[in-house]
Design a protein around this ligand. Structure first.
Ligand SMILES: *Cc1c(COP(=O)(O)O)cnc(C)c1O
Ligand SMILES: [Zn+2]
Length: 413
């Protein structure tokens, strides 16, 4: 029994379930949210206790996480990624204060490691011997890596469009990889059928209520790294919606235990070619499926699996919703790289592209303090890196050739 957790509650119908390691979705089809016993947490946990904790990973927040006290943490170091004060980028954008949280520095190079590490712990608690998931790429590679380190085999379903870097990770981590010739939606449905057939532990974010609890550690960290000074906005790219829902959950947890005294507003950023959640907010209508028409593969999610939680998070935070074009995403890749030395994959920089656009549209006060989360590393998808920044000049190995190449490219050393 988890002392810090009361139960899992359906976000649709409100039905309560005991929070067991195998808890999935409500009988009504709704997704579950883990509800904590904040009085118990407050009785054992405070800022002083936290500051004495030398653990530098997401597991430093165990009192706020739904894991058994005697569950071993996962072997890879997940979380405690750097929060940079991004003055160069802030200046380029005309924004007073900007921080960049580089979650591409996780062990498998994306924020998804936070959810996958949680999945591995819960799978062990459930006594599972095999874990499976479907993913646009990063959930897969992070599960494969974190499970490999824990000695648990994985079955991974990815759409065939997944970038090579991510597929290479899966193969290297020894997963059984099923590359599905279809959309993410098709991939998800096939994984669901296979999981039902073979009874594997399910790491699909829509079905497993613990994953957003892992992801929430990103905002727990941001707030601790900021010395509990609450920013005005936190910007995130959104696909299934599990990340933004988790980010909001972390903030509310901190508010409920008195670590912070107000809540920031979320900025939900999606690609113009695939923005079902932002469109639902903008038009104030229920979300509708959309085409998956963007180069930002990690957020090319036409049927978002955590729609209810994500929409609730955006609305509760009085959030902004911003859609950006693929060109704006590529421009943000260059800008982050050139001003801050941070290389994000397309979906990784989409939040930053949204901050830029919100400023241009006058939706964001330039005097604000903003945290932009970079959710995945650019080395996962070098093709789009080159697409964003171009090929280098090619020269023969002599000085004359170098001089004429410099001239042709307008370079004056
Ligand atoms: C998964 C992912 C996202 C979006 O997270 P969701 O939970 O699907 O909304 C954003 N960026 C990257 C790099 C991702 O891998
Ligand atoms: Zn329900």
């Amino acid at each position: 029994m988890l002392k810090n957790v009361r139960y899992a509650k359906c976000v649709k119908c409100g039905k309560e379930y005991e929070a067991t390691p195998n808890t999935t979705t409500c009988e009504c089809g709704g997704i579950l949210d883990i509800v904590y016993n904040y009085d118990y947490i407050k009785s054992t946990f405070n800022k002083g206790v936290l500051s004495l904790n030398r653990e530098q990973s997401m597991w430093r927040y165990r009192p706020l996480l739904p894991v058994e006290p005697d569950s071993a943490p996962t072997p890879l170091r997940v979380g405690w990624s750097p929060l940079y004060k991004a003055d160069n980028l802030a200046k380029a954008l005309g924004l007073k204060t900007l921080y960049v949280k580089d979650d591409g520095q996780n062990p498998t190079a994306s924020l998804k490691d936070r959810a996958s590490a949680m999945a591995v712990v819960k799978a062990r608690e459930a006594g599972a011997t095999t874990i499976a998931c479907s993913s646009t790429g990063n959930a897969a590679s992070s599960l494969a890596g974190n499970a490999a380190a824990a000695g648990i085999p994985t079955y991974i379903f990815v759409p065939s469009r997944a970038p090579k870097g991510k597929v290479a990770q899966l193969r290297i981590f020894g997963a059984t990889v099923i590359s599905v010739d279809g959309s993410y939606e098709d991939t998800f449905e096939l994984s669901k059928a296979a999981i039902e057939k073979w009874g594997w532990y399910n790491r699909n974010a829509a079905i497993n209520p613990y994953l957003s609890e892992g992801k929430k550690t990103v905002t727990l960290e941001i707030m601790e790294q900021l010395g509990w000074q609450v920013p005005d906005y936190i910007a995130l790219s959104v696909g299934d919606g599990c990340t933004i829902a988790g980010a909001w959950k972390g903030l509310k947890d901190l508010y409920n235990i008195g670590f912070i005294d107000k809540l920031p507003r979320l900025i939900s950023v999606q690609a113009e070619g695939c923005c079902p959640l932002n469109r639902a907010i903008m038009t104030d209508t229920p979300w509708q499926p959309m085409e998956e028409n963007t180069l930002a593969d990690s957020i090319a999610v036409g049927v978002p699996r955590n729609a209810d939680k994500a929409l609730m998070a955006i609305r509760e935070s009085n959030g902004l919703v911003i859609n950006v074009s693929d060109d704006e995403i590529l421009a943000a890749m260059r800008l982050l790289g050139r001003t801050q030395g941070v290389f994000g994959e397309p979906a990784g920089v989409t939040g930053t592209a949204g901050v830029k656009k919100a400023l241009e549209l006058g939706l964001l006060d330039p005097d604000s303090t903003v945290v932009s989360v970079v959710t995945g590393n650019g080395l996962k998808d070098v093709a789009n890196g080159i697409r964003a920044a171009g090929e280098p000049m090619l020269v023969k190995p002599d000085m004359d050739a170098l001089l004429s190449a410099f001239k042709a490219n307008g370079i004056n050393p």
